[in-house]
Design a binder for this molecule. Structure first.
Ligand code: GAR
Length: 209
């Protein structure tokens, strides 16, 4: 099973969706939660993860220089040997010190099309601009702000959503489904690639006739 380190800074509803999917859902045979980590020891999502039986860890980022904090957080996470780092409302821009040890294995969910909107307050942006729809994006994380390769996108119909709360409600319902699905696809494609490499190796060492 792929080992997931899930990172959050707040409520943790995406963490819950992914963790539950590893317990009883689409990720059941594919992944397990190695740790839920927060840069805020008082994040409600951390308590929720503990209540679900997930290992948890926290390291306060407040007042710390970014590079020093990120290096320490990466070292702490490496002790849990994650195959993927799953950002779930982890409200920090990651420095190279954090990205390098996990390059190509960090996944994020963004509540907008990352080609149209980056950074914070994506639902406010959609609501304030009266968008008829928005797109939830799951993407790999590189060193830019919401610039990494897109893994999955799903449209949210916002017509008739009269309040920001309603926009968020519709969006989050899609986020929770899409994140577990995109992680399942990502892990399966890794398994397929591994099998192909294995088949390739056994072909190349089989004796020629
Ligand atoms: C989610 O809407 C997530 O997509 C968003 O923060 C929220 C966290 O909620 N992330 C970003 O805006 C990242 N730029 P949650 O803690 O309930 O999962």
């Amino acid at each position: 099973k792929a080992r997931l380190a899930i990172l959050l800074s707040g409520r943790g509803s995406n963490m819950l969706a992914v963790a539950r999917a590893t317990q009883t859902g689409i990720l059941r045979d594919l992944a397990e939660v190695a740790v839920v980590f927060s840069n805020r020891p008082d994040a409600p999502g951390l308590a929720a993860a503990g209540a679900l039986g997930c290992p948890t860890a926290a390291l306060p980022s407040q007042g710390r220089p970014r590079a020093a904090f990120d290096a320490e957080a990466a070292a702490l996470l490496q002790q849990y040997r994650p195959d993927f780092v799953v950002l779930a409302g982890y409200m920090r821009i990651l420095s190279p010190a954090f990205i390098q040890p996990f390059a190509g294995r960090i996944v994020n969910i963004h509540p907008a099309d990352t080609h149209q909107h980056q950074g914070l307050h994506a639902y406010e942006w959609a609501f304030d601009n009266h968008l008829p729809e928005t797109k939830i994006t799951v993407h790999l994380v590189d060193e830019g702000l919401d610039t990494g390769p897109v893994l999955a996108q799903q449209t949210v119909d916002l017509r008739g959503a009269g309040t920001l709360a309603e926009v968020e409600r519709r969006g989050l319902a899609v986020e929770h489904e899409l994140y577990a699905q995109a992680l399942a696809d990502l892990i399966r494609s890794g398994h397929r690639a591994e099998k192909e490499r294995h088949a390739e190796r056994s072909r190349s060492i089989s004796p020629a006739d």
